[in-house]
Design a protein around this ligand. Structure first.
Ligand code: GDP
Length: 317
């Protein structure tokens, strides 16, 4: 199976970004036989509109300008250049979930309300089950009764056990009990769904730190992974959130959700570049198998789709 067929879900998930960017780039680069300052400014605007952020945008614009200087407009393939730069910027950091050296692995899932934490926790449980590993979900968003119910529903649907406290219970106490339950049951991975906090609320960040402290006291080394879930559609705001969360907790990975609903898919590159924390998964839909491992190659390909990518997408639709 070719890389494009294998990553069809990613290609489809990024279709909105790819279509808008592709359309813009073709419009910009086909209208004049020469590459002018105006062309580069338009390229810059198109990349910024897709939320690549200033550093990544300038990197691509520079690479295009240099290529034009050395080879002229003939054969200048802006898509290839952009793809190469994005691929290089994303690097080769390990993107597997961090596992405890032995015994229970604890993954804490953090982010603001509505980012997709609960859904991501459930999708990860599904993924682990597919790999033959056992998972336990902990509903530590005790501030919202609906959040506890939502996770319990997912648990029933996926047949994954859920540990939940009562509404308004201390999230750290629930997390503590969940670690104990996971250890007693010999579970491979505990997924903690934390409360959706406003990144500006200091006490909520402290609450999150307390959850991590308590978990670490119960099981040294835990949480082994702290994943920040970001909604791609929030654009530049996702960057602000990411900075605040990184300051309060040591993030080990990022999950970018709802890429299927936005044409601002560049945000993934911007956030990873700025934080230096690897993207581990992307969400491209609401179904359990819509959480995909992040693959820089497939991602760059999907953003600046080639004709083959269009074919792969077309046959998947
Ligand atoms: P939380 O408040 O952070 O726990 O967010 P939820 O997990 O409740 O998600 C909020 C909404 O976003 C729900 O309606 C989810 O179905 C939806 N959602 C989450 N991830 C994705 C995704 O990757 N794509 C799409 N289209 N919707 C998503």
């Amino acid at each position: 199976m070719g890389i494009l067929a294998k990553f069809r879900k990613i290609t489809n998930g990024l279709r909105k970004t790819q279509e808008k960017l592709g359309h813009e780039l073709r419009r910009i680069f086909t209208r004049s036989p020469r590459l002018t300052g105006e062309t580069l400014e338009d390229l810059e605007a198109a990349l910024l509109a897709a939320d690549f952020g200033v550093p990544m945008t300038m990197r691509i614009v520079e690479a295009v300008r240099k290529a034009y200087e050395t080879q002229g407009k003939r054969g200048l393939d802006v898509f290839q250049i952009a793809k190469r730069e994005v691929r290089a910027a994303l690097g080769d950091a390990p993107r597997e979930l961090i596992a405890a050296p032995s015994g229970l692995t604890v993954v804490s899932i953090v982010g603001v309300n509505g980012a997709g934490k609960t859904t991501t926790a459930a999708k990860l449980a599904y993924r682990l089950a597919q790999e033959g590993k056992s998972a336990l979900l902990a509903a530590c968003d005790t501030f919202r009764a609906a959040a506890i119910e939502q996770l319990q529903l997912w648990g029933e649907r996926l047949q994954v056990p859920v540990v939940a406290g009562n509404y308004n219970a201390d999230p750290a106490a629930v997390a503590h009990d969940a670690v104990a339950a996971a250890q007693a049951r010999g579970i491979d991975c505990l997924l903690i769904d934390t409360a959706g906090r406003l990144h500006t609320k200091r006490n909520l960040m402290q609450e999150l730190q307390k959850v991590h402290r308590v978990v670490g006291r119960k099981l040294p080394g835990a949480p082994h992974e702290t994943l920040l879930v970001l909604d791609a559609a929030t654009g530049g705001n996702a960057l602000v959130q990411a900075r605040e969360f990184h300051k309060a907790t040591s993030l080990t990975g990022l999950v970018i959700t709802k890429l299927d609903g936005t044409s601002r898919g560049g945000i993934a590159v911007a956030v990873q570049s700025e934080l230096g924390v690897p993207i581990k998964f992307i969400g491209v839909g609401e179904q359990p198998d819509d959480l995909q491992p992040f693959d820089p190659e497939a991602y760059a390909e999907a953003l600046f789709g080639s004709p083959q990518a269009e074919e792969a997408g077309a046959s998947a639709r």
